[in-house]
Design a protein around this ligand. Structure first.
Ligand SMILES: CC(C)(COP(=O)(O)OP(=O)(O)OC[C@H]1O[C@@H](n2cnc3c(N)ncnc32)[C@H](O)[C@@H]1OP(=O)(O)O)[C@@H](O)C(=O)NCCC(=O)NCCS
Length: 162
């Protein structure tokens, strides 16, 4: 079944919770999306929809620091729809939208084998201090302007993740 990507709308929250929970096989990440939304930190929330059903989701949240920077997490695709390019489309659409809105940087914690294909790199994130810094911490620059290497501080909801 063909799918398309659109922004989250009123009433989508329960279906988003369900797809995130199904993708991760646990509640933590779905709870994170709910907590980000509740706190007003869910800057960009896109869903993949097929025949009226939400089958994928991506969250980009505002960082406390640096300025004009977002965190990409989590990205979720329903287990029976993985490997169709839905995750890739969600990531590409969300990074394009962030660029269009004038954001400078996006940080992600994930597998470099996956995220480097979208332009994220460990090298770009390396100058930034962060509690998540390491081999899986990547960043994507959206503008030619260099951001000040400030500490990367995620929204409060991430601290509650454990
Ligand atoms: C990760 C995820 C979002 C990818 O979505 P998807 O729609 O299945 O991915 P796509 O179809 O765009 O891409 C599939 C490719 O990604 C690779 N891939 C999928 N998950 C991966 C992971 N965690 N690490 C590395 N590569 C991964 C697949 O091997 C495949 O590679 P190929 O293109 O070389 O064959 C999805 O598998 C998912 O929801 N997983 C569970 C939740 C999760 O781990 N989220 C990511 C962390 S925030």
């Amino acid at each position: 079944m063909k799918w398309h990507i659109r922004q989250e709308r009123d009433g989508d929250a329960p279906a988003i919770h369900a797809v995130v929970r199904a993708a991760f096989g646990q509640r933590d990440e779905a709870g994170l999306v709910d907590a980000l939304r509740l706190a007003g930190d869910l800057t960009l929330s896109l869903v993949a929809e097929a025949d009226g059903e939400i089958i994928g989701h991506i969250a980009l949240s505002r960082l406390k620091s640096p300025k004009n920077a977002l965190a990409l997490a989590p990205v979720s695709v329903a287990p029976d729809r993985q490997g169709e390019g839905i995750g890739a489309a969600l990531i590409r659409k969300s990074t394009e939208e962030a660029r269009r809105r004038g954001e400078a940087l996006i940080f992600v914690l994930g597998d470099p084998a996956y995220y480097t294909r979208f332009g994220f790199s460990v090298e770009t994130a390396a100058p930034y201090e962060c509690i998540y810094a390491g081999d899986y911490f990547m960043a994507l620059e959206l503008t030619a302007e260099k951001a000040d290497p400030a500490e990367v501080i995620y929204a409060d909801a991430f601290g509650e993740l454990g």
